[in-house]
Ligand binder design. Structure first.
Ligand code: G1P
Length: 297
């Protein structure tokens, strides 16, 4: 019987330079997909997977993120007085309980592996999840919940995985597949951002992980990898070399790369079209735009 996965690390220290000037004063994770901050999607997914403790690895200028999860007594009182109960419930559903959330800072941008390592003292001898909020996954059963179920069978380390075109493999961690069993693959390791033509497969790591404490031990070495950064991918591969299993999990769902503008816009459209209150107007508008574009060609 595996230990339950109850803690998630959410690395949110990145500067978000791809979204400047917006990210000059707004943390990227607070930017909204329809009407919810990006990070709220990650929290909803984590809760659906049974996560009880959220560890944010932040950096300077991320204060708005902490405020977002805090109670907002004045606003709540005003909504209560005005009888806006539905809004009040919505607002309160975003509050974190005391002790449910921890924020710690990554003082230097030394890489994703280093960001995860910063949380090491808050993780005991237990498996833990890592969620990269930039990767937003629309799925009937949320991605991390799918993985927790699969992990209950496999144990070890598990990463979300998705096929990507060969030309894109150098943008991802790529799995070295040993045996492909369909939704689960066993691996001989993984490589971070392999050079063109050197990828061991086209199965890419997407930002959901269930990891063993051994990965944190490996991160202790602070070994620099691709791009001169301390890579989580390398620590997982090192844990495998020491005997840990590393599984890839092909999730069911659609992943949006909200670290890029195109991905963020696509996610905005997809999530808006999934909403009863927005679908019709937006679909009509999109059809008009497409028709006008065709007519102009
Ligand atoms: C990170 C990881 C990479 C993974 C990717 C998924 O890279 O280092 O292994 O494939 O997230 O989004 P980043 O996109 O932060 O460069």
């Amino acid at each position: 019987m595996q230990n339950k996965v109850t803690k998630a690390i959410l690395p949110v220290a990145g500067l978000g330079t791809r979204f400047l000037p917006a990210t000059k004063s707004v943390p990227k994770e607070i930017m909204t997909l329809v009407d919810r901050p990006l990070v709220q999607y990650a929290i909803d997914e984590a809760r659906a997977a049974g996560i009880k403790e959220f560890i944010f690895v932040t950096s300077r200028g991320k204060g708005a993120l902490e405020d977002y999860f805090d109670a907002a007594p004045q606003l709540e009182q005003q909504l209560r007085q005005k009888g806006k109960d539905a809004l009040l419930d919505l607002l309160k559903s975003t509050n974190m309980d005391s002790g449910e959330v921890a924020y710690l800072r990554q003082h230097k941008p030394l890489g994703l592996g280093h960001a995860v390592w910063c949380a090491r003292r808050l993780i005991a001898n237990e498996p833990f999840a890592v969620i990269l909020p930039d990767d937003v996954i629309a799925a009937e059963q949320p991605c991390l919940a799918q993985m927790v179920e699969a992990h209950a069978e496999t144990g070890g380390n598990m990463v979300a995985a998705m096929e990507v075109p060969e030309a894109r493999t150098s943008s991802y961690g790529i799995l070295d597949v040993a045996e492909d069993m369909g939704s689960v693959v066993s691996t001989r390791g993984m490589v971070e951002k392999p050079a063109a033509g050197e990828a061991p497969s086209n199965l890419a790591v997407i930002g959901r992980y269930i990891l063993t404490p051994r990965v944190l031990q490996k991160l202790n070495r602070k070994k620099a990898g691709a791009g001169g950064e301390i890579q989580l991918t390398d620590a997982i591969a090192d844990a495998r070399d020491d005997g840990d299993d590393v599984w890839g999990y092909r999730f069911r769902g659609e992943r949006f790369d909200c670290g890029s503008k195109a991905g963020f816009l696509q996610a905005t459209v997809a999530f808006a079209l999934a909403r009863d209150d927005l679908r019709d107007d937006l679909a009509r508008y999109l059809a008009e735009v497409v028709n006008a574009d065709r007519a102009a060609q």
